[in-house]
Design a protein around this ligand. Structure first.
Ligand SMILES: Cc1cc2nc3c(=O)[nH]c(=O)nc-3n(C[C@H](O)[C@H](O)[C@H](O)COP(=O)(O)OP(=O)(O)OC[C@H]3O[C@@H](n4cnc5c(N)ncnc54)[C@H](O)[C@@H]3O)c2cc1C
Length: 361
């Protein structure tokens, strides 16, 4: 068996989440290579480590930007993915970018844009790691990683083997994949196929097209797209900023609900106006969760009296820790919003982040 890294210690998980929330882990291991990740998981899965109520003995964490960890923490091993680096291989008009799971995502996006590669530019400024992007098929401003991923190398904790999965095996959907809410597969590295091009992919998102001064479908220099996306995101508190509690979040706390045409008609009738919505192509409609939340009476900056959490002052969909909050308070705020939207519109919102050892009451 491979050696298990020495960098193990008990630690509070709030230091490893963008919400700055979460209690202790029994053991924290920093794994700086794929081999170290596999060795740490093999040891924990061998049964000599504690586990949570769901029987999960080891939790993988990278940027901590899409998790809500219980105040009680995680009663088992947390493996922090710190394997970094990427390579670029040109193949004619395409470039294959192979990236280690623990690589910071936005550093990768910046590098691909600087290299004259198109395909990731709209995903600028998203916190977290490259290896986590397949987990919920990360997306923003009209792009998602499922469009460019060609292979995902995973460690299968059930069989103990390392395998390469093709996109059609990954079950990619809107903010989901077979990896989400499933601790079986740990992503070790990801391959993306990008276009060698001085032009971005066509701009699909109306707000982004407006800010670039172009029409939807146009292409501009990827660097201009990156700049525009970063500016739009910063205005919504969607770029991490240590001095701004509006960014102590998981980004969007709820996914946009996908409704049948009848459900959508009912929401429209309730509201008396047309809600912002996007057809999904199969007859259903994705409706803006932020709009539903606002219309249900929760404005930006909303907070329950006496708590240290609240809705971001810049974006209705971001639930934030104002610096003194607890996970219990955050989940209670999520419950209040979910129930308020359900009572007003009959639509149940679902959380986007992975809830670790906790649940919305
Ligand atoms: C300010 C802000 C803005 C955001 N904006 C967006 C956005 O525009 N679009 C979007 O899609 N998301 C967004 N997010 C959410 C988040 O940044 C992404 O989901 C990101 O990919 C999470 O990466 P991470 O490394 O932080 O994952 P973590 O939070 O560390 O982990 C998230 C989940 O994935 C699992 N996981 C992580 N790495 C691996 C791996 N290598 N193998 C298997 N499982 C793994 C973890 O166990 C956990 O269940 C935002 C978050 C914040 C805080």
């Amino acid at each position: 068996m491979k050696h298990v890294p020495e960098r193990t210690h008990r630690a509070m998980l709030d230091a490893h989440t963008t919400l700055r929330l979460g209690g202790p882990a029994t053991e924290l291991i920093e794994a700086a290579s794929a081999e170290e990740i596999v060795a740490a998981l093999r040891k924990a899965d061998a049964g000599d480590s504690a586990s949570d109520d769901a029987g999960i003995s080891a939790l993988v964490l990278a940027g901590g930007s899409n998790v809500v960890v219980a105040d009680a923490g995680f009663p088992g091993t947390v493996v922090l993915l710190r394997n970094r680096g990427f390579s670029v291989r040109r193949e004619g008009e395409r470039a294959i970018v192979c990236v280690e799971a623990g690589q910071k995502w936005d550093e990768l996006v910046a590098a691909t844009v600087a290299e004259g590669l198109a395909g990731l530019e709209c995903l600028s400024g998203i916190p977290g790691s490259a290896g986590a992007t397949p987990i919920q098929n990360v997306g923003a401003y009209g792009q998602e990683v499922a469009e460019t991923i060609t292979a995902v190398r995973v460690y299968d904790r059930q069989t103990g083997e390392t395998v390469v999965m093709r996109p059609d095996e990954c079950g990619f959907g809107y903010r989901t994949s077979i990896f989400k809410h499933n601790h079986r597969f740990v992503v070790l590295s990801v391959d993306f196929s990008l276009a060698v091009s001085a032009r971005s992919m066509p701009i699909r998102y109306a707000e982004l097209a407006r800010s670039l001064g172009v029409a939807p479908g146009d292409r501009v220099e990827p660097a201009r797209v990156r700049e525009a996306v970063l500016a739009l995101r910063a205005g919504k508190g969607m770029v991490l900023d240590g001095g701004d509690p509006d960014t102590y979040s998981v980004g969007s706390f709820f996914t946009n609900p996908v409704l049948t045409s009848d459900e959508y008609a009912a929401v429209r009738a309730q509201a008396g106006v047309e809600p912002p919505a996007w057809p999904t192509g199969d007859g259903s409609v994705k409706v803006s969760a932020a709009w539903l939340i606002e219309r249900a009476g929760f404005a930006r900056g909303y907070a329950q009296v006496g708590t240290g959490v609240g809705i971001s002052t810049k974006h209705t969909l971001a639930l934030t820790n104002r610096g003194t909050g607890t996970t219990a308070e955050l989940l209670d705020l999520a419950r209040e919003i979910r129930d308020g939207v359900r009572d007003r519109f009959g639509v149940v919102l679902h959380p986007e982040p992975v809830l670790i050892n906790c649940a919305i009451p």
